[in-house]
Design a protein around this ligand. Structure first.
Ligand code: UDP
Length: 340
């Protein structure tokens, strides 16, 4: 069975990808410091607890596991926090990745799939963003993703490290079996917050900006189901394991929904309207971000089959209802988590 090292595999997208790897007959070995990730989400292979900033630890794990491929999720991803604490982002996302890539060079450069983000595009005025659109990040988080993308190219020249960069749009939804799901602390994402409001567990949802130049005045985003993202990672990895060249793909559903459209869908699926309150724009929010998904469809033969908005919200809502039960199983450490 092929061993795949998954950094950040205890996190939201990482854990869904481990499940997909296991279904595809591979063995995911998670490397995670469990700061943002959850031990309960590591269910499909081994766990090596460690921090990428500990160079000796990642070198030891790489030498012990000798993976045939690597998927690199580990990192921080909150735009606002990256503005207030850039050092945390440059250290974890960039310095941590240098240690990982050095460790991989010691074991003959297995191919790497890297989690990047549509944040690298910054503000664009195109309707659908293709991979050819200029990269101009407007915050430190996006800058660190761009830096790693550049670094990967340099390591390829120096050490034959083939790689695929995946630029995600808005990851959303949860595992259809509700075995794992989205759980951030604090939660900042639209869909889980709208669900919490509709369920009466949170006060009114703030709508960040109602005066954008969109049909209803709210921001438009491309919501991609986490299971479709996981599938894209497996395809990207197989492409590299089959000898494919380095490449770069946008991953979105290719359809844009406004904040109000998402809120309406949540109200309909939860069965009670989301209480909302107009609020000021959130700094750093572009008006519209929607992917042109042609390249991933053509080269990876990938289709975002689960990313219909209603399915995204329905799976997120199911996980929201199930998670206390899932996390209350003995030994999962749920007592230490705020799952309210
Ligand atoms: N949003 C909002 N209220 C919230 C959280 C998010 O209006 O409480 C908006 C946000 O401004 C953006 C969209 O919802 O336009 C998606 O935000 P999210 O944080 O989920 O993802 P991001 O686009 O930042 O990756």
């Amino acid at each position: 069975m092929k061993k795949i090292l998954v950094t950040g595999g205890a996190g939201y997208i990482g854990s869904h990808t481990c499940k997909a790897l296991s279904k595809a007959g591979m063995e995911p070995i998670v490397f995670d410091n469990l700061v943002l990730g959850h031990q309960w989400a590591v269910k499909w292979g081994g766990l090596e607890v460690g921090d990428l900033l500990d160079r000796d630890r990642i070198v030891d794990v790489a030498k012990k596991v000798r993976p045939e491929g690597v998927i690199h999720f580990a990192g921080h991803s909150c735009v606002g926090e990256s503005v207030s604490d850039p050092a945390k982002y440059w250290r974890n996302n960039v310095a941590g990745t240098i240690n990982l890539l050095d460790a991989l060079v010691y074991i003959n450069s297995p191919p790497v799939v890297f989690s990047s983000s549509c944040t690298v595009y910054g503000i664009t005025d195109v309707d659908l963003i293709s991979e050819n659109v200029a990269v101009e990040p407007i915050n430190p988080y996006g800058e660190t993703k761009r830096a790693v993308e550049i670094m990967l190219k340099d390591y390829e020249v120096a050490a034959d490290l083939r790689h695929i960069v995946l630029r995600y749009f808005n990851a959303a939804g949860s595992d259809a079996d509700a075995e794992i799901g989205e759980l951030h602390n604090p939660e900042t994402h639209l869909i889980p917050l709208a669900i919490a409001s509709a369920a009466g567990d949170m006060k009114a949802l703030k709508i960040f900006g109602t005066d954008y130049s969109t049909a209803d005045g709210t921001c438009v985003r491309d919501y991609i189901h986490v299971t479709d993202l996981a599938d894209a990672h497996v395809r990207a990895l197989n492409y590299l394991l089959d000898g494919g060249d380095s490449n770069l793909f946008n991953l979105g559903a290719g359809v844009g929904y406004s904040v109000r459209e998402v809120v309406d869908a949540v109200g309909r699926i939860v069965g009670s309207p989301v209480p909302t309150e107009p609020s000021v724009r959130r700094p750093g929010d572009p008006t519209r971000l929607v992917a042109d998904t042609g390249h991933a469809r053509e080269i990876l033969h990938w289709e975002p089959v689960n990313s219909d908005l209603d399915n995204i919200v329905a799976t997120a809502w199911r996980w929201y209802q199930m998670r206390k039960q899932v996390l209350s199983r003995p030994g999962l450490g749920a007592d230490k988590l705020d799952v309210s």
